[in-house]
Design a protein around this ligand. Structure first.
Ligand SMILES: C[S@@+](CC[C@H](N)C(=O)[O-])C[C@H]1O[C@@H](n2cnc3c(N)ncnc32)[C@H](O)[C@@H]1O
Length: 229
């Protein structure tokens, strides 16, 4: 099984409904704050369930939600059927967007599931689709050497603040015994160093820097903001 296949099903990543809701609220709030203005056209690549995409769509002219999993896209299309400025896309449809037509591209918690070559191909695609003043935001990027324990600690902190600590403890055991853990040990996750990412982006035509604060709850992971040069 590949990571892309893994995501095309219900996964135990969220320990309960409250965790799922709080996660997407936090991500939605952070993404909405990145929208440059009401006329902006935004692409959320690898958007997942995007439960709070309505908050992002309310701040921009058009929001493209792109996800690799057909099941996720089906649910997004149903959830946002009445939100006129949200369009759900398969990754294969992103090349059809007009060159230079996007103001903001965000990929949150996606890169770790992509082989390095797929990521570098995507950089070329995003570069072509972004306008001159556009921004690319790569978030929740896992640095080299960051172990599972740090993720566990961050989740427990989030759960403590969010009032779902008991469910998180049970959920951690469930995740450790789930196909996610098996796949993580078989396929691994893709990691990047801070300087390595800035250099990679430079080679692909972006000027980039790491933001002091990561999107989402795990501050051991990294967010980069890049502009086409
Ligand atoms: C960890 S989830 C992140 C979801 C969301 N961005 C968030 O922050 O909660 C990763 C998502 O990326 C999607 N994905 C994985 N590989 C992809 C690819 N090659 N192209 C587009 N989406 C992909 C998965 O289907 C999954 O929904």
């Amino acid at each position: 099984m590949s990571w892309r296949e893994y995501w095309n099903a219900d996964t135990p990543i969220y320990v309960n409904e409250r965790h799922r809701t709080l996660h997407y609220q936090l991500v939605g709030r952070d993404l909405a704050a990145l929208v440059p203005g009401p006329d902006a056209v935004v692409l959320d690549h690898g958007c997942g369930e995007a439960l709070s995409a309505g908050a992002v769509a309310a701040r921009c002219r058009r929001l493209y939600l792109c996800d690799g999993a057909p099941l996720v896209r089906e649910r997004l299309a149903a959830r946002f059927a009445d939100t006129g400025n949200i369009t759900v896309l398969a990754p294969e449809e992103v090349p059809d967007l007009a060159d230079g037509s996007l103001d903001l591209v965000v990929a949150n918690s996606l890169l770790q599931y992509l082989p390095h070559e797929e990521f570098t191909e995507l950089l070329g695609l995003w570069h072509a689709k972004l306008g001159e003043d556009g921004r690319l935001v790569l978030a929740d990027v896992i640095p080299h050497g960051l172990g599972t324990l740090v993720d566990v600690r961050a989740l427990l902190g989030f759960a403590w603040r969010g009032g779902f600590l008991g469910a998180a403890l049970v959920g951690l055991v469930r995740t450790a015994l789930s196909p996610y853990a098996k796949l993580r040990s078989e396929l691994g996750l893709t990691h990047y160093g801070e300087a390595e990412m800035v250099e990679l982006l430079r080679e692909r035509g972006f000027a980039a820097e790491r933001r002091p604060v990561n999107i989402g709850h795990n501050q051991a992971r990294m967010t980069f903001v890049a502009r086409p040069i």
